[in-house]
Design a protein around this ligand. Structure first.
Ligand SMILES: Cc1cc2nc3c(=O)[nH]c(=O)nc-3n(C[C@H](O)[C@H](O)[C@H](O)COP(=O)(O)O)c2cc1C
Length: 367
């Protein structure tokens, strides 16, 4: 490989925390927790390999935040009480032992929940059946249920769930940082999405209203974890149940979304697209990572999407990204940073790892 990858190995400081390089593992749900949402030994071994392989940061899979409507998948891990928080301790120690930053991704599945041991029904911004079909590799089948329109009181509970889970993730489990999942079609993104949110109250209508739940969640998390903990938000247009979605007001929406998240005091914004370098809207226009940097210049920008293409990863650092997050490429190469620094070849991702069910496989742990 003859690309100059040295830029990927420059450290960066995010809200006082040094990340040793620009390569992070992207969040990946692997449904390998116990039935009651405790992280397992297998997960400890799985996550530890990425840190040992040289990644500067590891973002966990989406962790559910309350014992009401947040759980999305059977065997998904939670952060809803002390027992679940304690179960994360060995995972966090394994990541930190190799000098990587441990970031907990907190998520509420909302209307696209496929399995929830606390509730038989789902909630969303409005009682509208989600597009698409449930994911078979997470044990799903058929269409999503029609959610009930979430009440104001339940919205307050959602925010509290995120804030208290963040406090447990930092205070009990020992994570370094929090990522709020505002992307990919889950509850916070359902609020942001015009066709999923037809509310006429302060949570619906304009883009500014539709982004409000993300902002309120961010503020509540910040209040609980304090000024010194890096707190970020993940944002996308595409969704697991609607890959091609685009914001109706394109660059104006990007300005409102990223600008208001910046104003609410975010430390990092994690943007994701199928190919991070592609124009976010019209051909020839700026990428989502460029727009995020433009409207949130003080935040670190984490960019995701097919960046196992290392040429593109290096180039992304000149297109608004500060850190690159890698999902499939990290499954294929849990030691991707080490391979790059030793100029070893990268392995191609083999989808067999994720089938028929996306749980962590023994073959991975042997990699
Ligand atoms: C098996 C799997 C599970 C995923 N789970 C999550 C998740 O829990 N949270 C999240 O924000 N993104 C999740 N993603 C999306 C990835 O973080 C990433 O955006 C996507 O794979 C594209 O990045 P890549 O091109 O590097 O693979 C998942 C992706 C895969 C392949």
């Amino acid at each position: 490989m003859d690309i100059d990858t040295s830029a990927l190995f420059a450290p960066i400081v995010i809200n006082g925390h040094t990340v040793k390089n620009r390569l992070s593992v992207a969040p990946m749900t692997r449904i390998t927790a116990t039935e009651d949402g405790r992280a397992t030994e297998t997960m400890t071994r799985y996550y530890e390999r990425f840190a040992r392989g040289g990644f500067g940061a590891v973002i966990t899979e989406g962790i559910y935040t309350d014992q009401a409507f947040s759980q999305g998948y059977v065997h998904q891990p939670g952060m809803t009480d002390e027992v679940q928080a304690n179960a994360w301790k060995p995972v966090v120690s394994g990541i930190r032992a190799h000098g990587a930053l441990a970031i907990a991704q907190l998520m509420h599945a909302g209307a696209i929940s496929q399995s929830n041991r606390f509730r038989d029904t789902t909630v969303g911004p409005s009682a509208i059946q989600p597009k698409g079909e449930q994911m078979a590799f997470y044990h799903g089948k058929g269409r999503y249920a029609v959610p009930a329109a979430i009440s104001d009181e339940q919205i307050a509970d959602v925010v509290t769930g995120f804030a208290e889970s963040a406090a447990r993730a930092i205070g009990i489990a020992g994570f370094d940082a929090i990522e709020i999942h505002g992307a990919n079609g889950y509850l916070l993104d359902q609020f942001l999405t015009d066709y999923a949110n037809t509310r006429s109250d302060r949570w619906g209508g304009t883009t500014q209203n539709r982004v409000r739940l993300i902002l309120e969640t961010l503020k509540a998390v910040r209040e609980k974890v304090g000024a010194e903990v890096p707190v970020g938000v993940r944002i996308s247009q595409g969704k697991v149940n609607d890959y091609g979605h685009k914001w109706a007001d394109s660059e104006r929406d990007a300005e409102i979304v990223f600008g208001s998240i910046a104003d609410a005091g975010v430390d990092f914004i994690h943007v994701t697209d199928f190919e991070a370098w592609q124009p976010a809207f019209a051909p020839g226009g700026p990428s989502l990572m460029r727009l995020a940097k433009q409207h949130a210049p003080k935040a670190a920008i984490l960019a995701n999407g097919s960046l196992h293409n290392i040429d593109r990863a290096v180039a992304a650092l000149d297109d608004g990204a500060d850190v690159l997050t890698i999902a499939r490429g990290a499954l294929a190469n849990p030691d991707l940073p080490r391979r790059l620094s030793e100029r070893a070849t990268l392995r191609d991702f083999d989808p067999v790892i994720l089938g028929p069910i996306a749980n962590i496989k023994d073959v991975e742990l042997a990699m």
